[in-house]
Design a protein around this ligand. Structure first.
Ligand SMILES: Cc1cc2nc3c(=O)[nH]c(=O)nc-3n(C[C@H](O)[C@H](O)[C@H](O)COP(=O)(O)OP(=O)(O)OC[C@H]3O[C@@H](n4cnc5c(N)ncnc54)[C@H](O)[C@@H]3O)c2cc1C
Length: 454
């Protein structure tokens, strides 16, 4: 079946039974075990065009691997064609225009490494090994969100191969409907081979917030964080993470197995100006450890990498919240109580500033007025995956009534039609029209799917 494609791309096409097949179908989440009919490891836009045209002719569905980090493992599918962009990671910078040109398989680290040579950055996420494509197409939350918005807000252009194998350039003036759709609509519309991201002056040294508190003070910390957020300048973006620390060699022994709240964040301005401004976040309770200080932006962007290793089975969910009142805080904390394993990372990220100044309809990313997003990930080490999945599901449903418009961060939750529609909200019908135009047969369905069959 794959002969015609193989003639074009040679050994870049990998079939079941070949030596590298099992390695190439792996994604970040070790719970995912899917077997594509073939994997094409693309090295150029031409490879992507050939792969999509072939899939279109054969009626094969497609999964796209950017960095392979989505918790639902949507980068890999059963029986379809997996388009792997992991060899397409080039990043170049036009310093004058302040634009980065980024291939579709690049990681956040690839971007920071190149753009920081010029003292520039685009908002991305907080773990350097994450792929930018999936992250950007469904939002992109990082330490620059308050000052410069989401990653998707900083897409100024892109090359995209649509379902019939056409390579299009999208921007504010070309293929405007697609340009709108890819800024929040995920991988529904084609394979993005290259992004153009707006760059901003950042660093190279930045003020990084890093405080650890005792978990027993969680309610107080959440309350004070809300009060802080109410008056926080756009320069401050911060995340609260509840976790029981592992007995890991990179942690001092007195922290092993300790339940803590970690507050991490950044002041996106002159570090000297930020010291006083972020001080209240260092006094939310009695700190256990405070490593707040000035450091290179590139180092900050890598700091959390050790916390989230590859290939561990993970189950995750997400919900947005409005202002954290006592009722919501109590609901969140009580739901976190009975986790099936200590390996839970529960993150509450404060939202505001530039990312919430964009109107809901301006891009496909609809949730622009929440105060916090909750991201819960359970690492199923030594416990049944099914148990973790059930717990995550019950946490989601238990907290849904308290949530903000029943909306979830799609980059942190499994694929389910209801979740997709609730989140895309008022933008769903426009996304559906665009999907029908560019992918009427739903070749690109391994995602938070906008189903054209509706
Ligand atoms: C350790 C870890 C840390 C994270 N930290 C953050 C964070 O700080 N901030 C944040 O916002 N999110 C974060 N995330 C979530 C992250 O945004 C998602 O996992 C996102 O999907 C990662 O993108 P990817 O390219 O690696 O995904 P992949 O798993 O490769 O792809 C996910 C989906 O995106 C689409 N896609 C991927 N590449 C392309 C492409 N080139 N063209 C078209 N569609 C494509 C496809 O639909 C694909 O199924 C984190 C995830 C992990 C595992």
């Amino acid at each position: 079946m794959f002969q015609a494609l193989q003639e074009k791309v040679g050994s870049r096409l990998i079939l079941p039974g070949e030596e590298s097949y099992d390695e190439k179908r792996k994604v970040w989440n070790g719970a995912i075990d899917r077997r594509p009919a073939a994997i094409i490891v693309c090295q150029s836009e031409e490879d992507v065009v050939a792969a999509v045209k072939f899939a279109n002719e054969q009626g094969l569905h497609i999964s796209i691997r950017g960095g392979g980090h989505h918790v639902a493992g949507t980068a890999v599918c059963d029986d379809g064609l997996m388009i792997d962009l992991s060899q397409m990671r080039a990043v170049t910078v036009n310093e004058e225009l302040k634009v980065a040109y980024v291939e579709g398989g690049a990681t956040l680290g690839d971007i920071d490494e190149e753009t920081q040579k010029y003292g520039l950055a685009t908002p991305t996420g907080t773990v350097s090994e994450t792929g930018v494509a999936g992250l950007a197409l469904s939002g992109g939350l990082g330490y620059l969100r308050g000052k410069y918005g989401l990653t998707c807000d900083n897409i100024v252009g892109a090359n995209i191969v649509t379902a019939d194998g056409t390579l299009l350039h999208v921007s504010e003036s070309e293929n405007k409907d697609l340009f709108w759709a890819i800024r929040g609509g995920g991988g529904n519309f084609g394979v993005v081979t290259k992004f153009e991201f707006q760059l901003h002056l950042v660093g190279p040294e930045v003020l990084a917030l890093d405080v650890m508190y005792d978990y027993k003070d969680a309610a107080e910390i959440f309350r004070k964080s809300q009060a802080y957020l109410n008056q926080a300048p756009d320069e401050v973006s911060f995340n609260l993470t509840a976790a029981q620390l592992p007995p890991a060699p990179f942690l001092p022994e007195f922290l092993h197995h300790k339940k803590v709240i970690m507050v991490s964040g950044m002041y996106a301005g002159n570090p000297d100006d930020g010291e006083g401004i972020i001080q209240p976040l260092r006094e939310l309770a009695q700190p256990i450890v405070d490593q707040t200080g000035v450091m290179p932006y590139v180092a900050l962007q890598k700091k959390l990498d050790v916390m989230v290793p590859n290939q561990i089975p993970v189950y995750g969910t997400s919900l947005y919240f409005g202002d954290l009142n006592d009722e919501i805080i109590e609901a969140i904390l009580s739901k976190l109580e009975n986790a099936p394993t200590p390996g839970v990372l529960a993150q509450l990220w404060a939202l505001g500033g530039k990312m919430n100044c964009v109107e809901s309809e301006e891009t496909a990313f609809a949730t622009r007025d929440a105060s916090f997003v909750l991201l819960v990930d359970v690492m199923a080490m030594g416990v049944e995956g099914e148990l973790c999945e059930k717990w995550v599901d019950s946490l989601y449903h238990g907290l849904l009534p308290y949530s903000h418009k029943q909306s979830s961060y799609l980059n942190g939750i499994g694929v389910e039609e209801k979740v997709t529609k609730q989140t895309m909200a008022g933008n769903y019908s426009r996304l559906l029209e665009i999907k029908k135009k560019y992918d009427p047969r739903n070749l690109f369905r391994h995602n938070h799917n906008v189903n054209p069959a509706e």
